[in-house]
Design a protein around this ligand. Structure first.
Ligand SMILES: Nc1ncnc2c1ncn2[C@@H]1O[C@H](COP(=O)(O)OP(=O)(O)OP(=O)(O)O)[C@@H](O)[C@H]1O
Length: 275
């Protein structure tokens, strides 16, 4: 296994193999993941869906290296997340669900935070890089010196996204990216994410409960249930899976309405069992 994250030719951005997540508290052991396998290919937008408590956020945190699985292996561009050097860690950006900004820092300093922490770059370069990211997420330069308390919810999401992208990571993790936005704001944020995915050639892993966001952005969907990934595939493939969670989630009223917007004429392909 190469320690250097650039030293792999693999088409896979992330590989999760036989992963176990166990939380222990006095008198209780909770197994969240049991022998979970998942592969995320370079360039795709892979969405993780599953019922509450199935461990979607924990899995993102493990990919980011913030948590270590009880057993099994996670590799990100061929390296274990905990092995990624400071520069290597810049290979993964994360937009947290409650992606709160540092309230005492203005927009520019929030975006520039990780670059400043490196303590090697000149101030001018840090400023210019942060300004480019600000523009990249569709915010005008005059917002750079505003404080977080002066921003709308949609603007806060954009600044948090700019901060996640400041080190130019090839892998972006999104936890509920459109949560808390009104339908128009959610649509605009989806458009932004779709454009950035295309323009920057990003690999994206997203957790979302919002079916519109799911159908809008995903190139592939992975469903977590029964402590593992039970199926992966495109929307039609996944919806054809008989698991009760899938039938309820996708084929309830909301799911049907969102699915109607999807290529209705496309034939349903048989489910691809999770590898
Ligand atoms: N640090 C922790 N210590 C103990 N239990 C934890 C910890 N982190 C997560 N859990 C538990 O693990 C389970 C999975 O949590 P997680 O937040 O990943 O679920 P989720 O699928 O993202 O749920 P939701 O869709 O509701 O956000 C939950 O039962 C949660 O309480």
């Amino acid at each position: 296994m190469p320690a250097n994250p650039t030293a792999t030719d693999s088409d896979n951005a992330v590989e999760v193999r036989k992963l176990w997540t166990v939380f222990k508290s006095p008198g209780r052991e909770q197994v969240v993941h049991r022998d979970l396998d998942l592969t995320i290919r370079r360039g795709e937008v892979l969405s993780l869906v599953g019922g509450s408590g199935t461990g979607k956020t924990v899995l993102l945190r493990q990919i980011l290296g913030l948590e270590k699985p009880a057993r099994g292996e996670v590799t990100v561009f061929g390296a274990q997340p905990s092995e990624l050097s400071a520069a290597g860690a810049a290979r993964v950006g994360m937009l947290f669900q409650r992606g709160a900004l540092f309230s005492a820092f203005n927009v520019l300093d929030n975006i520039a935070f990780a670059l400043r922490e490196l303590r090697v770059l000149p101030d001018e370069l840090i400023r210019d890089t942060a300004m480019v990211r600000l523009q990249m997420v569709g915010l005008a330069p005059e917002h750079a010196h505003k404080m977080p308390s002066d921003l709308s919810g949609g603007m806060i999401k954009r600044v948090a996204l700019a901060r996640a992208l400041v080190m130019d990571p090839p892998l972006l993790l999104l936890d509920e990216p459109t949560a808390g936005l009104d339908p128009e704001g959610a649509d605009e944020f989806c458009d932004l994410l779709r454009n950035l995915h295309r323009e920057l050639g990003l690999t994206v892993i997203m957790v979302t409960h919002d079916l519109d966001t799911l159908f809008e952005l995903s190139t592939r969907i992975a469903v977590l249930a029964d402590q593992k990934v039970i199926v992966t595939g495109d929307a039609q493939t996944v919806m054809a899976h008989p698991h009760p969670f899938i039938q309820k989630y996708f084929l309830g009223g909301r799911g049907q309405r969102a699915a109607l917007a999807l290529h209705a004429e496309r034939p349903v392909s048989p489910p691809e069992e999770a590898k």
